[in-house]
Design a protein around this ligand. Structure first.
Ligand code: SF4
Length: 262
């Protein structure tokens, strides 16, 4: 084959590969016949290299940033838009193996724009540290991206309603699909209800593996529960759940960690 003709074939194959998910094919005999031509390597690569090697790896941080932009201006829940200081998207490593899911921002998170920064968040950070993780290693997000509104003059936080969670859930689903963590941890029964649409008691749900879209899901108590209930037995339950998570992630577990109490 002449050089111009070969260039034409290579360009055509490149175009096919770029425009479709499939790699163009050529028979072994055809490739063998082209072995001696100077452009054989280019042609062979165009026909045989997997498409993924040629396409740029999607940048998870950029994909998440695009979702964050939509969340920042989201007005689907008018009552929450008028009461929120800002949306609370999520924080952490876009390539995380481990992703934590809570229910909704509280007053501290609404002010700071970051999930799990209040007292419960500080306890979560301590739990992560005991697991030999930094906050930056994992990804943390809530089902709801806006703080549930409270009656004027009242303090504290309220749990999100099932309707609010259903409205906001698609954003979390996008986050999970982009990050593709190896393990998910749902913190508290409300987060489980938002994620799986099922109600249950923590006694029934925690301490064993569930799945969300084929991703292993561990369910454990929300750190706020541990702040309200300081019984060592309850803290130990959460820690045992985290040991299961570490095992699932093939993280080394020391004897000290095995006998640890939060
Ligand atoms: S809670 Fe979610 S769906 Fe509702 S306004 Fe906030 S970002 Fe939008």
């Amino acid at each position: 084959m002449s050089q111009p003709a070969l260039d034409f074939v290579i360009a055509a194959l490149e175009k096919i590969r770029e425009k479709s998910d499939r790699t163009p094919r050529a028979s072994r005999a055809a490739l063998a016949r082209l072995e001696d031509t100077p452009r054989a390597t280019s042609l062979r690569e165009a026909c045989t290299l997997p498409t993924q090697r040629r396409l740029e790896t999607p940048n998870k941080a950029e994909l998440l940033a695009a979702v964050r932009e939509r969340v920042t201006v989201c007005t689907k829940c008018a009552h929450l838009v008028s009461s929120r200081t800002q949306t609370v998207f999520g924080v952490g490593n876009p390539n995380a193996d481990l992703m934590f899911i809570g229910e909704a921002p509280g007053a501290d998170e609404d002010q700071q724009g970051e999930p799990f920064v209040g007292r419960a968040g500080q306890l979560l950070t301590r739990i992560l540290k005991a697991m030999n993780f930094a906050r930056e290693d994992v990804y943390i997000a809530n089902i709801l991206k806006c703080r549930p509104d409270m009656p004027a003059g009242s303090f504290g936080n309220r749990p999100p309603t099932p309707a609010e969670m259903q409205t906001c859930l698609p954003y979390l689903v996008e986050q999970i699909n982009i990050i593709q963590p190896s393990v998910l941890v749902a913190l508290g029964a409300v987060a489980v209800e938002g994620l799986l649409g099922t109600r249950g008691t923590m006694r029934e749900l925690r301490g064993r593996w569930h799945a969300y879209n084929s991703i292993p899901l561990m369910i454990t108590y929300h750190p706020a529960y541990l702040l309200r209930n300081q019984a060592p037995s309850e803290k130990r339950k959460v820690w045992e759940d985290m040991l299961l998570v570490m095992e699932r992630l093939n993280r080394p577990i020391s004897e000290r960690q095995r006998s640890y109490f939060l």
